[in-house]
Design a protein around this ligand. Structure first.
Ligand SMILES: [Ca+2]
Ligand SMILES: [Ca+2]
Length: 285
């Protein structure tokens, strides 16, 4: 696809924009990053937008999402890391997927080192080795990588064995009510230990209650995303709220996660596991 035809193709896409949801560092007590979440211009959900695309159009849309998110982030003066979503099925075309992201960053003077690309584990990836090579191309460009929605799908462990990201984002399904759910606690402790062993930063998504936050804090986690801290905000950076945790919460066997006191990096209502396009939608959350 030539640059001109690519631009024409992009222009045929429906208009869309973004909401930004913070990822907070509860030790530094500040916003570490913002994830760009696709929205219609009238704040329609990602699902309503995504329904419009299939095949090659989806790959072009996916790449355009990252470019336009960087444009908007630059326009609103976003000064944290920026998390961008990547559809595995659309990622194999590096010319469309990676180059346009790098071009957008350069065009806006947005440092590539402040980009974090999230690859979902929900969507089936037929060739994990090839996909890992693609992710390494992003890393070579200076971009950080995250595995998104870890624990929600079936490819996460296989992907993790082929590719070790900078961040692992724990899916909200394993977070909900963890303070009173023994099996979830065992699974999450094991995943956290894997992150320690592999030097991966652990991000907990979809935290909604102080009890959940308290349990993960006792485990040693300091990076979070979720309604407890901030909801996504349409085309803007929301203020964050970090609850003070009272001393003497439930006892948890602490895992010594790496201390990330230097500046580093959800629950969204459109949790779409019941829809046919769930993997695609989820990767854009
Ligand atoms: Ca996610
Ligand atoms: Ca995501």
């Amino acid at each position: 696809m030539t640059a001109a035809s690519k631009r024409k193709h992009e222009m045929e896409l429906l208009d869309f924009t973004f909401a930004f949801q913070p990822i907070v560092d509860t030790v530094a007590r500040k916003t570490y990053s913002h994830e760009a979440l696709v929205r219609g211009v009238n704040n329609e959900s990602a699902y309503q937008i995504l329904q419009q695309y299939t095949g090659r159009d989806l790959a072009v849309f996916d790449a355009a999402c990252r470019s336009r998110a960087i444009d908007l982030a630059s326009r609103i003066g976003l000064d944290t890391f920026l998390n961008l979503n990547l559809l595995p099925s659309a990622a194999l075309d590096l010319e469309v997927g990676l180059n346009s992201t790098v071009e957008a960053a350069n065009r806006n003077g947005f440092p590539l080192e402040r980009l974090i690309v999230e690859a979902t584990e929900v969507e089936a990836v037929s060739d994990l080795v090839r996909f890992a090579e693609v992710l390494n191309e992003y890393r070579r460009a200076g971009i950080r990588l995250a595995i998104d929605d870890f624990g929600a799908g079936y490819a996460g462990l296989s992907l993790l064995s082929e590719f070790q990201p900078d961040f692992l984002k724990l899916d909200m399904g394993l977070v909900r009510g963890i303070e009173s759910h023994g099996p979830r606690q065992s699974i999450v402790r094991a995943i956290a230990q894997v992150c320690v062993d592999l030097g991966i930063d652990f991000v907990v998504e979809g935290v909604e209650t102080v009890d959940e936050f308290s349990w993960f804090t006792d485990l040693g986690v300091n990076l979070y995303q979720g309604y407890l801290f901030a909801k996504p905000m349409f085309e803007a950076m929301p203020l964050i709220n970090i609850p003070d945790l009272a001393a003497g919460g439930p006892h948890v066997d602490r895992i010594l996660l790496p201390d990330r006191s230097v500046g580093r990096t959800s629950r969204l209502t459109d949790y779409c596991s019941h829809v046919p396009n769930a993997g695609v939608v989820q990767s854009l959350r």
